[in-house]
Design a protein around this ligand. Structure first.
Ligand code: ASP
Length: 373
């Protein structure tokens, strides 16, 4: 009788557990169905950048830089300030128009950078700085945040618009990065515009090379010295979010004055000078490239967002104001421009100034140079 009672209690317990299991299963299923029904519309809306009632928000934005460095009011004439402002405006409006008309962020980035490359004001394309040997050698990269595809080229001397070469490497070659003469051969094969190396030369950049090579205090200088700290770096870059929710970023530069031995900076290095990922942000860097490579600056910002849940603003601040200066005893100077997947824009720099501009979907334009924007 005692045994029978024990078996009966056991059976009852077993049945009740099974019942609870079943309840639990169905609860979870119901919960899942409930949740997916609940969030489906919102998720879809976020994906398509539309409001829940279906109205298109046309969420898009664009941000550019024209280099960071010792840019301040004391050393900038009003005429020069106007010149820079006009060119930055022209460039960003080019990209803005593409985005407004439903074009891709990749096209916006490329065409915006073309305007800056064609201007001798900046250190990219025409107006690139000189190498130790007196040449202009260009580095560039572009990244598609949707596919994580990239294209980059380094050390080219005859390709008029280096960013077009980066785009061609991404779209038309099985590789992601080409260098020197091989990259130029590919550019020719792709029908890109080729120019005589003298096209890139400007008197002001020649003078800067002389100053760096013959510093007043006779200290050996590699790229940079106190005598020319009034000259900015001048690399150009752009990050954009298009109406389709895709991010892209690109960067183009002549590198740093007096560079030698085929020196490559951060601008063509994906993760350092350029990075874009639809899950996080699109970034273009400018500054002392050696430190940006050591800090993997552009990717680090994305990684802080992805793995630590920081906002774009928090991540950019942490990398540019805190991590980067520590890498090279304070020599890690420069800045970034970036956009996140919601269209928030950031321009963070630890130098006295950075040429920069933003435009949002409403067409609001902001242009800045000095710290106090
Ligand atoms: N980052 C570039 C380089 O090191 C220079 C610049 O941003 O102006 O090549």
């Amino acid at each position: 009788m005692k045994n029978f009672t024990l078996i009966l209690v056991g059976l009852l317990l077993f049945t009740s557990c099974k019942k609870n299991d079943k309840l639990l299963d169905s609860d979870i299923k119901e919960e899942r169905i409930y949740k997916s029904e609940e969030v489906k519309k919102t998720e879809e809306a976020i994906k398509n950048k539309t409001t829940i009632d279906g109205d298109s928000q046309n969420l898009f934005s664009i941000v550019i830089h024209g280099g960071a460095g010792y840019i301040n009011r004391e050393t900038m004439s009003p005429e020069k300030e106007v010149e820079y402002t006009q060119k930055l405006e022209e460039a960003i409006k080019t990209g803005y128009t593409i985005l407004k008309n439903g074009g891709t962020s990749l096209d916006a980035v490329q065409k915006t950078i073309n305007v800056l490359e064609d201007s001798p004001l900046f250190n990219a394309g025409k107006g690139a700085v000189f190498t130790h040997e007196g040449r202009n050698e260009h580095d560039t990269s572009i990244m598609d945040g949707k596919t994580l595809n990239v294209g980059a080229s380094t050390g080219t001397r005859i390709v008029k618009n280096p960013i077009n070469l980066a785009r061609a490497v991404m779209d038309k070659s099985p590789h992601v990065m080409l260098s020197g003469r091989g990259a130029e051969t590919f550019a020719k094969e792709q029908g890109l515009e080729i120019v005589d190396p003298s096209y890139f030369s400007t008197e002001s950049k020649k003078k800067t090379l002389e100053q760096v090579k013959n510093p007043k205090d006779n200290k050996v200088s590699v790229f940079y010295n106190e005598d020319i700290k009034n000259s900015k770096f001048g690399t150009v870059g752009c990050a954009a979010l298009d109406k389709h929710g895709n991010l892209a970023a690109g960067t183009s530069t002549g590198g740093m004055t007096n560079k030698r031995w085929g020196r490559i900076g951060d601008s063509p290095i994906i993760g350092a000078g350029t990075y874009a990922n639809n899950n996080t942000c699109a970034v273009s860097s400018t500054g002392w490239g050696e430190y940006f490579i050591r800090g993997m600056v552009a990717y680090d910002i994305s990684a802080l967002m992805e793995y630590k849940g920081l906002t774009l603003k928090e991540a950019s601040k942490e990398v540019i104001q805190n991590k980067l200066p520590k890498i090279g005893d304070g020599k890690g100077n420069g800045g970034i421009i970036a956009i996140d997947k919601k269209g928030n824009m950031v321009m963070e720099f630890n130098t006295p100034g950075m040429f920069r501009a933003t435009m949002n979907a409403q067409g609001e334009l902001n242009v800045g140079m000095f710290k106090e924007l």
